[in-house]
Ligand binder design. Structure first.
Ligand code: NAD
Length: 350
């Protein structure tokens, strides 16, 4: 199994392999950087084909969290945990408690939260053994709990910035947006876009989720294979990563890509492919930073929802900066975002 020679290894500070025979726990916690502060990033529960794939995912995702947290203006470094869903995995409380003990053993260098496959309830179980957990239920009106409504609000702010830069639009009234995936983030985004007067086209593998946004927000639906190529102003991927590549990019009709999914580009070169088609791409880890901002506010404590929303709204200005630099230099937006994130971390190192 490769770690130092894995293609996603980027001088990570620490990688902890967590094994507990009694509960069947196999997990990896990767700390990419603590330069800006404790490494924060969620725990993903996933069925990996093998150990190499799990290590690669933890390394890649933790580096992404360093960039995301830096660009969100947070005093947090980047980390991520993966729990391997093995054939005998039983998801017992004892397993999640044991995982909590491993998180605790890092003495606050890693702060966890929900990611794919996890829930607020599981985080409460992890929190029995460590205080370095976020995404827990909080008093109403305070930072905490499910971060997806804040993520969706950040994406709305990002779509506003993109519409202003690309289309010269001051508002979203009458704009059309294709949303791929109407789960937690996609649903909340559809609600906000509908309130802003935008028209919606949606697709999801779960028919009842599509029906709900069609009923509640007057969306129309399209096929799973067509949503990215709909004749709309904005395409907003809110489901899976890796959706933009050499095969999909030539077929996009929208002039803006702005959505919540992580790792939307299959390869970094796809950013150039998108720029070559004169499509404006909002870098994923910048536009979807609302959730981690909520998590950071929860960790700081005593921050109310209105103050969280103010901080999330800063995504609009950060993206506007990136779009302006792209217009001036011709560089792809993903390259500009990576450069800015690395500069923020480097400035804190010196
Ligand atoms: P979710 O599981 O609630 O929703 C994802 C939706 O996508 C589901 O309804 C699912 O059925 C649908 N889907 C899956 N494959 C699809 C396909 N091929 N075509 C259309 N729909 C498909 O997850 P979520 O929390 O809404 O997160 C969505 C994306 O945003 C993920 O990539 C996640 O990593 C990213 N993200 C989420 C947050 C957050 O706050 N939840 C924060 C940052 C980034």
């Amino acid at each position: 199994m490769a770690v130092f020679s894995d293609s996603a290894f980027d001088d990570h500070e620490r990688v902890l392999f967590c094994r507990d025979v009694g509960t069947g726990l196999r997990a990896i916690i990767a700390i990419h950087s603590t330069v800006l502060g404790p490494a924060a990033g969620g725990t993903r529960l996933w069925e990996y084909a093998n150990d190499d794939e799990a290590v690669h995912d933890a390394l890649r995702l933790s580096q992404g969290m360093s960039y995301k947290n830096a660009m969100a203006g947070l005093k947090l470094g980047g980390g991520k945990a993966v729990i391997m869903k093995t054939p005998n995995f039983d998801g017992s409380d004892a397993l999640y408690e044991r995982f909590g003990e491993f998180v605790d053993s890092l003495n606050g260098d890693y702060i966890t939260a929900e990611d794919v496959g996890m829930s607020v309830g599981i985080m409460e179980t992890v929190a029995r053994k460590t205080r370095y957990v976020t995404g827990l239920p909080q008093t109403s009106g305070m930072a905490g709990g499910d971060p997806s409504p804040k993520t969706a609000f950040g994406i709305l702010c990002g779509i506003r910035a993109a519409a202003r830069s690309k289309l010269g639009r001051a508002d979203l009234d009458g704009l059309t947006v294709a949303v791929q995936g109407v789960g937690k983030v996609g649903y909340n985004l559809c609600r906000l876009l509908h309130e802003a007067g935008a028209g919606l086209v949606v697709a999801d593998i779960e028919a009842d989720r599509v029906a709900r946004v069609c009923d509640e927000f007057g969306a129309s639906s399209t096929g799973l294979d067509d949503i990215l190529f709909a004749a709309v102003d904005v395409v907003s991927p809110c489901a899976l990563g890796g959706v933009f590549n050499e095969h999909t990019i030539p077929r996009i009709q929208a002039t803006i890509i702005a959505g919540g999914a992580n790792n939307q580009l299959e390869t970094p070169q796809d950013g150039q492919r998108i720029a070559d088609r004169d499509i404006l791409y909002a870098p994923d880890y910048v536009i979807n930073g609302g959730g981690i901002i909520n998590v950071a506010c929860e960790y700081e404590g005593n921050i109310d929802d209105a103050a969280v929303m103010d901080r999330v709204a800063g995504i609009e200005a950060r993206l506007t900066d990136i779009f302006e630099e792209a217009a001036t230099t011709g560089a792809p937006t993903n390259v500009i975002a990576d450069k800015k994130a690395r500069a923020i971390i480097a400035a804190a190192t010196t």
